[in-house]
Design a protein around this ligand. Sequence first.
Ligand code: NAP
Length: 259
Amino acid sequence: MDLGISGKRALVCASSKGLGRGCAEALAAEGVNLVMNARGADALESAAAAIRAAHGVDVVTVAADITTEDGRAKVLAAAGDVDILVNNAGGPPPGMWTDWNRDDFIAALDANMLTPIALIKALVPGMMERGWGRVVNITSQSVKSPIPVLGLSNSARAGLTGYVAGTSRQVAGKGVVINNLLPGIHDTDRATSLDGGVAKAEGISMEDARKKRHATIPAGRYGTAQEFGAACAFLCSQHAGFIVGQNLLLDGGAVNTTL
Ligand code: NAP
């Protein structure tokens, strides 16, 4: 299927590795020129070089922390007008509900709620003026089914989801669609770090921690960044113009709900 977005320009935040990288790769494979971001310059440059070589698209890189005002200013200055925005950043650390204080919540809200909102506010008005735009926010399955040790993530991502539900309906009439992608467990560094935490807490091997988690997923495996990226590219495509304010769960069936 031709997604009809060749020649468009996308900002993909937090994209040197993992799910963000999967989205960048899938968009590049459709001929989309990219602005890629991450904090670490080395991994970012090597991801950008690999994407340029594989897909022949233009890739601008900005090494910056997207969760800071200064970082966002640098990214936005380099990005200019974009047609597609993929919001992503690292997730908050796990812990117990008794662990978190006000500063921890502010940091989580800054990273996983207020940063995507700031980027939407900066870039969507231009998309509306030009009459076309796509925004995909990478959130989490924890929006539909809370993960108790990720209380900071549950809270911040629920806040973003509420904002998107209303805002997406205010901008859809100008050709801009905003949707959320909700990853379940995918095989990335984030999953390795969460599995490491479980292995340590339960005194089991990393392999056993993974096996335990596979058993909770009807698909019997973790998702891949490639399949996540393909779903993202579809939501950024010409075919997704009537999909407004939705929350698409990519979790191998792990969240046991009818709707
Ligand atoms: P990952 O493999 O750890 O990759 C994170 C990427 O984001 C890296 O490129 C990292 O590069 C960049 N990054 C992190 N913090 C950043 C920041 N402040 N500014 C700019 N770039 C930043 O993580 P992932 O698994 O792809 O997860 C992506 C998001 O999905 C996270 O919010 C995570 O919580 C959520 N999620 C993941 C899963 C899963 O199973 N993987 C499940 C549910 C939700 P630098 O470190 O160099 O900045």
